[in-house]
Design a protein around this ligand. Structure first.
Ligand SMILES: *Cc1c(COP(=O)(O)O)cnc(C)c1O
Length: 340
């Protein structure tokens, strides 16, 4: 049995999802004439209580578009040092928008309102870049799937309002946070100017992200998406997968969370594992005691048993549970770990 836990992006479309894709009614989305894309966009916008939404081929492109909408070249955004927009989008912040990042030394990828406020450059001090945007991520990827305290997000919103800053949420795994914290998409829609959400992570789609915001912003986003090369034609085949996922794959994320929690409990008991980060959703980050076993040895040992996990460097490892990680795989993994 091969068990792939390197990421929740390794899932393949289920039979039901494939069927929905095959049956999709499509048109040319560059002319806004694909009924299935239009339906996904209107349904997602409505879910978040936003005026408008736009379908993207990737979460990175949705984030990069949002950053472009909210900034001008030379300006600065504020984000945590772990942020995906800073670490894992190929330097797109500077490439696409000519913007720099003020990095905050937060906790598991999350900042406090005080830290955000202290990171704003005084707008009349023309020697430093003008701060115009705050980006947060929920759940945090590098922070180990941690969920924000909603109250803190509200406090950061107040800082943004007072200081005339735009507020963007990288919600690649927001679906996981909503289920774990029993929160609503609506309450996030009320807080943020723009939100990007992925369908290709926990929701199990092959491709696709959506950006939500005001009609005015999304009209501009349409142009930016075109410039970035993200205008797709009969994209309804992909949007159909996302619609299917909205209907079928959200609530079940709690099963991934439960499995992650159970894996974490076993890891805690292994003497050569130094630390397991608190598990809130589907990501488990843990540290090996490298005097006992190296990170590479541990990954190889599991690899020999058909189990793939990923090393993050400095003795840190990551396991991510997902839709294609079955109950049978889970039972097998737990017993393998116990007997390793
Ligand atoms: C996966 C991810 C994205 C988007 O990634 P793509 O591979 O471009 O779809 C953005 N932010 C976070 C936190 C992610 O985990």
């Amino acid at each position: 049995m091969n068990i792939n836990l390197i990421s929740d992006t390794v899932t393949r479309p289920s039979e039901g999802m494939l069927e929905a894709m095959m049956m999709a009614e499509v048109g040319d989305d560059v002319f806004k004439a694909d009924p299935t894309v239009n339906l996904l966009e209107s349904r997602t916008a409505e879910l978040f209580g936003k005026e408008s939404a736009l379908f993207f081929p990737s979460g990175s492109m949705a984030n990069q578009t949002a950053i472009k909408l909210h900034t001008q070249p030379g300006e600065q955004l504020i984000c945590d040092k772990y942020a995906h927009v800073y670490n894992y989008e190929g330097g797109g912040v500077s490439f696409n928008s000519g913007v720099s990042c003020k990095l905050v030394d937060g906790n598991r990828g999350m900042m406090t309102a005080e830290q955000v406020e202290a990171s704003i450059n005084p707008p009349d001090f023309y020697h430093s870049p003008l701060t115009t945007l705050v980006c947060v991520e929920n759940t945090t990827n590098k922070g180990g799937g941690a969920c924000w305290d909603f109250g803190e997000l509200v406090r950061i919103k107040e800082v943004c309002s007072t200081n005339n800053l735009a507020y963007h949420l990288d919600g690649a795994r927001l679906w996981n946070a909503l289920v774990a914290k029993k929160e609503s998409a609506q309450q996030y829609g009320e807080l943020f100017d723009t939100i990007s959400i992925c369908f290709s992570k926990g929701l199990g789609c092959p491709v696709g992200s959506v950006l939500v915001g005001s009609k005015k912003l999304m009209d501009k986003a349409l142009r930016v998406r075109k410039i970035l090369g993200g205008g797709m034609r009969q994209a309804g085949y992909l949007a159909a997968a996302a619609i299917y996922a909205l209907d079928h794959n959200r609530e079940r994320l709690s099963e991934d969370h439960q499995k992650a929690f159970e894996i974490g409990q076993i890891l805690e008991d292994l003497h050569y594992i130094k630390k397991v980060e608190p598990i809130e959703t589907n990501i488990i980050i843990f540290e090996i005691d490298e005097t006992e076993m190296t990170e590479i040895e541990f990954v190889d040992k599991l690899g020999e048993k058909g189990i793939s996990i990923i090393g993050m460097g400095q003795g840190k490892l990551r396991i991510v549970t997902h839709l294609d990680y079955t109950d049978a795989m889970h039972t097998s993994l737990l017993s393998t770990l116990k007997n390793l």
